[in-house]
Design a protein around this ligand. Structure first.
Ligand code: RB5
Length: 140
């Protein structure tokens, strides 16, 4: 898959781990920053990734901040983005199955580093179920 990824300073270290993991799996990734743990503004990075995903240049996006909340709020301002904030494998699967999420949001301060690869796997490996969920997405 072609995946756009970004973080703020709070998610920087998780982003580095996830980028390396995605590359090892053979995915094409583009890292939109940030490039250190120096303080930045998370909406700037959310918009960079979401513009790319909305233009369909990427299959999906991943955004990481301290809680994942700010990134998900900013991402969902884009009408073509369905961003799901996920803290575990179950929410990552469900946001694909039910919400057809095209952006995964993660909170580095609130998510166990040992679970991060499993959560990413669940998001990338799960398909949208369609059916009754399609009707609901049209009401967004
Ligand atoms: C940055 O301090 C922090 O507010 C940010 O990473 C995120 O948690 C916002 O929702």
């Amino acid at each position: 898959m072609k995946i756009a990824i970004a973080s703020d300073h709070g998610g920087y270290h998780y982003k580095e781990i996830i980028v390396a993991y995605l590359k090892a799996l053979g995915h094409v990734t583009q890292d939109f920053g940030c490039d250190s743990d120096a303080s930045v503004d998370y909406p700037d990075y959310a918009h960079l990734v979401c513009n790319e995903v909305a233009d369909q240049g990427f299959d999906c996006g991943i955004l990481i901040c301290g809680t994942g909340i700010g990134m998900s709020m900013a991402a969902n301002r884009n009408p073509k983005i369905r961003a799901g904030l996920c803290k575990d494998v179950e929410t990552a699967q469900l946001t694909r199955q039910h919400n057809d999420a095209n952006v995964l949001c993660l909170g580095a301060r609130v998510t166990d580093i040992n679970n991060i690869k499993s959560i990413v796997d669940a998001f990338l490996d799960t398909d949208f179920e369609g059916g009754r969920h399609e009707k609901r997405l049209k009401k967004f």
